[in-house]
Design a protein around this ligand. Structure first.
Ligand SMILES: NC(=O)c1ccc[n+]([C@@H]2O[C@H](COP(=O)([O-])OP(=O)(O)OC[C@H]3O[C@@H](n4cnc5c(N)ncnc54)[C@H](OP(=O)(O)O)[C@@H]3O)[C@@H](O)[C@H]2O)c1
Length: 439
């Protein structure tokens, strides 16, 4: 059903419906009420909350909302003539994705904080918004209140973006900070983070790098102007790291961070999330606790660093409100959709096997003569050369030693082949861990 193009002029306000009233939704609803004057001033026209969709109508709410505005039936509100903008802060893939599709089909503008939906369905939703003359804005989906989506869409639009290197998951950065500074093992750091509310009861999405991969897909699509979705992003988590890795990293002059890396090279896009050695002199190495930081290399702007709290009700609300104001202004101005005609078309995603980087490896080996020669041979067979070897702890009883090797640049496929060869070698008891070095 076609919407009246200027219904807001007849009713005297721009109507905003909100999907979800949890951590973020409550703060958004509160801000729409408390900041009505400021928002009207910024938009040049009043905004009004028209409905709020929740699951459980009986639940006690932190923020008061007139019962008449609460509903648990999306079908009854999506077609209503009093609403122009839908704010989706429910989370999860479905039904959030289906509701956003329906809202766009109905000619509504959508503002979402949902990284999973945008990382999996962004290109489809943006195409539909363009066709319908509306918009999907999603600043809150990456880095909460840190302006990233708008920076790539608008402020850096004249640049060729060469790379993004980002710490975009506050939970894992908190865990890595505690492991690095306090010597905690992974499970103790996780328990502490859960007690403090920095990690969820089921931390899988965070610790396995999935959440960071969602966000990287969103940023890389914007930065490299090509469709990048979650399935394109290689991701690895942090649970293999132990206290020794942090100790050795520090001795070698590095911090360990879960990095989300996007790079375009030779017409290919590389998108990967994994723990990385980051030299301690780099700003990214100094980002601690639940903070996020995104380093961008633009050919004109140079190296930029965006830094701030990457989660939380109020920072996320800041981004949501920015998008609501932008949508409202667009509604007042009328005209075509402002979703940029995306992309120069598909670009090949560089396979992980083709990555070239340096590696740190930690191994337990037999403590006897000739061992290093055998290890060097296995690496050499795969054209990997050693930059340094350090023998660390020895176990007199087991007659084993822990050694740390830093390699020169090597191809990932060759490195993985060398790891398989070393695992079979009679002198290697265990390959404890390896970490890629991000220079
Ligand atoms: N929390 C943060 O710091 C943060 C930061 C950046 C982005 N985000 C994103 O913001 C979104 C919301 O996060 P949140 O932390 O606010 O989540 P939350 O606290 O779990 O709240 C979810 C809300 O959505 C409602 N809801 C869920 N499924 C529903 C369904 N099928 N039908 C109707 N209502 C439904 C819930 O209703 P009931 O209240 O009735 O259960 C609840 O009010 C997510 O996409 C998240 O990734 C969050």
């Amino acid at each position: 059903m076609a919407r009246k193009p200027a219904a807001h002029l007849e009713r005297g306000y721009i109507g905003v419906g909100v999907l979800g009233m949890g951590v973020v939704g409550s703060a958004v609803v509160q801000a729409l009420g408390e900041r009505a004057g400021l928002l009207a001033e910024r938009v040049g026209y009043p905004l009004r909350l028209t409905w709020v969709l929740v699951q459980d109508l009986q639940k006690r709410r932190r923020v008061e909302v007139p019962p008449s505005l609460l509903t648990n039936d999306f079908g009854s509100v999506v077609g209503r003539e009093d609403t122009d903008i839908v704010v989706e802060v429910m989370g999860g893939e479905e039904p959030a994705h289906a509701y956003i599709l329906q809202a766009l089909e109905s000619g509504l503008h959508v503002v979402t904080a949902n990284k999973e939906v945008m990382a999996k369905h962004g290109p489809e939703l943006l195409r539909l918004a363009r066709e319908r003359g509306t918009n999907v804005l999603y600043e809150a989906s990456v880095g909460a209140g840190i302006p990233l989506v708008s920076a790539f869409t608008r402020d850096l639009a004249g640049n060729r973006i060469d790379s993004i290197r980002a710490i975009i998951n506050g939970t894992t950065n908190y865990l890595l900070t505690r492991m690095g500074q306090d010597g905690l093992d992974f499970s103790s750091a996780l328990r502490l983070a859960q007690e403090l509310g920095y990690a969820e009861a089921d931390p899988t999405n965070d610790v396995e790098g999935i959440d960071a991969a969602y966000k990287l897909a969103i940023l890389a699509a914007l930065a490299f102007r090509t469709p990048v979705t979650f399935g394109d992003v290689y991701h690895e988590g942090i649970s293999r790291l132990n206290a020794n890795d942090f100790r050795y990293a520090r001795e070698l002059g590095y911090a360990i961070k879960l990095l989300a890396i996007g790079r375009q090279e030779d017409g290919e896009v590389q998108v990967r999330v994994h723990p990385a050695f980051v030299h301690q002199d780099l700003l990214l190495a100094k980002v601690e606790g639940v903070f996020n930081a995104v380093q961008v290399e633009g050919d004109l702007a140079g190296r930029l660093l965006f830094y701030g709290p990457g989660a939380g009700a109020f920072p996320t609300t800041s981004a949501v409100l920015g998008d609501v104001v932008d949508s409202a202004r667009q509604i007042l101005q009328g005209g075509e959709s402002r979703v940029p005609v995306s992309a120069r078309g598909e670009r090949r995603t560089k396979p992980m096997a083709d990555l070239q980087t340096r590696y740190y490896m930690r191994m337990t080996v037999a403590d006897r003569a000739g061992v290093l020669a055998k290890i060097a041979q296995a690496l050499g067979d795969n054209r990997i050369s050693i930059a340094s070897v350090i023998q660390k702890e020895t176990d007199e009883v087991a007659r084993t030693a822990e050694i740390v090797i830093m390699t020169h640049r090597a191809r990932e496929a060759a490195f993985q082949a060398a790891l398989r060869q070393l695992a079979k070698s009679d002198v290697v008891h265990e390959v404890g861990n390896f970490v890629r070095v991000e220079d």
